[in-house]
Ligand binder design. Structure first.
Ligand SMILES: Nc1nc2c(ncn2[C@@H]2O[C@H](COP(=O)(O)OP(=O)(O)OP(=O)(O)O)[C@@H](O)[C@H]2O)c(=O)[nH]1
Ligand SMILES: [Mg+2]
Length: 460
């Protein structure tokens, strides 16, 4: 082994990749990342020696022709303790895109190649530094928009889902070993006591798999925000409420009924939650042609809402509401907001459906908005309950794999109940095992992996 590669432990990749890890543009600092077997050699060429591991080292960045590009900080990470599991070098330079570009070009001239999107994390996975669910968590962490989303991503990055999958896999392997022990004796039936034990294990696995699957909806809420739709009669103050919650004049407000024709969407943070707030066209019982189109869109939004905010005007009778709206007014999923209380200080509460909670506000003056936000936090808490010790939420890819796993378990259970052939039961269970394995990446499917990592950003 030559001296320059003294830190390297059996590299899986023979090429060295480089990319800008910070966004392109002017900033205080930019970070250029290098990973691969030549990271040490490149550091030595620039600095005269490989810097001590994981210690920032100040030095001049001179290009291959010897011209000074910038003074920079260099940190060398030996393979054993690096993000990618191979030798890596991080160069923090001044945040001028021209400087970063010069450095990148020089690194390429020294033998590195440009990294593909997600390639650093892909190497981390392929070099065994993290399982696939952890690699996905890196993305979730970068994109987390709320405290809740951050907490979930951090749990997953620490391997919570991977550990759960290992535990399910162990239990399944136990049952599979039991089943396979009888394959060689086809003339014998499974003894009743063995069959009972296997059935119980498979049933509990099916229950636990279904429980994990149920978190898929929470995953969407975490990633996209809780879909919160503002509905009500024209002129009730829906757009004023949106503007008040967003904190700026996002939607047009006017005394003319029918101002909002299309729907308007904006994300807000309430407590630890992210809400996707959607303002809609007013529900007019006697709409014009364009209003009708807007209303149809409003009702589509209502149908897919996680939470409905029905805005009513203080002192006015309850307007006629379409069934699509009244059907969605239920406790925990809706809130009635009585607006314009500045005009009618002590309004009568109209008789409201289904004991849905009520808050009173003035979107114009801001009265009652704090109380409204507190109620929104409570509702969001109930829509997205949190189990602090066991906060696992899955994504669409996990959901597909778990659905297949659950089907395999159900098929095996059905065959077990009808004393079906043992080989077929074993085959169902092996299918389930492979599906469990997909979640943490115990599969050899290059196309799937390339697809997954291509959704990352360059430099990650
Ligand atoms: N006094 C008072 N006026 C308000 C309040 N909220 C909204 N308004 C006024 O009511 C009118 C309608 O407000 P918008 O926010 O445009 O109502 P909207 O429900 O979005 O109306 P459409 O988009 O037409 O369905 C505007 O003139 C607002 O200034 C409030 O709390 N108090
Ligand atoms: Mg409006």
């Amino acid at each position: 082994m030559d001296a320059e590669r003294c830190f390297t432990v059996m590299p899986r990749f023979t090429d060295t990749i480089a990319a800008l890890a910070t966004p392109a543009g002017t900033s205080a600092i930019a970070l250029v990342r290098v990973s691969g077997p030549d990271a040490g050699r490149i550091a030595r060429e620039i600095l005269g020696e490989i810097p001590a591991p994981r210690l920032a080292r100040h030095g001049d960045y001179k290009d291959r022709a010897g011209s000074l590009v910038d003074d920079a900080l260099f940190t060398f990470f030996p393979a054993t303790g690096s993000y990618t599991g191979e030798d890596a070098l991080e160069i923090s330079c001044h945040g001028n895109p021209f400087i970063a570009q010069k450095i990148l070009e020089d690194l390429l001239a020294r033998g590195a190649r440009s990294a593909e999107p997600g390639e650093f994390t892909q190497r981390a996975f392929l070099n065994g530094r993290m399982d696939l669910s952890q690699a996905e968590a890196v993305m979730d962490l970068i994109h987390a928009r709320s405290e809740r989303a951050l907490a979930a991503a951090n749990q997953q990055l620490r391997g919570a889902l991977g550990r759960r999958m290992n535990e399910l896999t162990e239990r399944l392997l136990g049952a599979l070993a039991h089943v396979e022990a009888y394959i060689d004796f086809p003339e014998e039936d499974l003894p009743a006591e063995d069959s009972d034990g296997i059935r119980r294990t498979l049933e509990s696995l099916a229950t636990d798999t279904a429980r994990l699957l149920a978190t898929s909806h929470y995953g969407e809420l975490l990633r996209d925000g809780i879909k919160t739709v503002i509905v009500g009669a024209p002129n009730a103050g829906k757009s004023s409420l949106l503007n008040r919650l967003v904190g700026h004049e996002r939607a047009i407000v006017s005394p003319e009924p029918g101002t909002t024709r299309d729907f308007i969407e904006e994300r807000i943070i309430v407590g630890p939650h992210c809400l996707r707030l959607i303002d809609t066209a007013g529900l007019n019982p006697d709409p014009g042609a364009i209003e009708k189109l807007g209303m149809a869109k409003s009702l589509e939004r209502v149908a897919e809402a996680d939470l409905i905010l029905l805005v009513l005007e203080a002192g006015r009778p309850l307007p006629a509401l379409p069934k699509a709206v009244t059907d969605r007014l239920s406790v925990g999923l809706a809130l009635i907001v009585i607006n314009k209380i500045d005009l009618t200080p002590s309004p009568m509460t109209p008789s409201l459906p289904n004991a849905v909670p009520v808050v009173r506000i003035s979107a114009l003056t801001g009265t009652g908005i704090e109380g409204l936000v507190a109620t929104l936090v409570q509702l969001a808490d109930s829509i997205q309950p949190i189990d602090k010790d066991n906060f696992i939420v899955i994504n669409a890819r996990h959901s597909d794999a778990l659905t297949k796993a659950k089907l395999g378990l159900e098929d095996a259970l059905a065959k077990l109940a009808s004393a079906g052939p043992i080989e077929l039961i074993a085959s169902d269970l092996r299918g389930t095992l492979a599906s469990y394995g997909e979640i943490v990446g115990k599969i050899d499917n290059e196309r799937m992996l390339n697809q997954l990592f291509a959704t990352f950003c360059i430099g990650k």
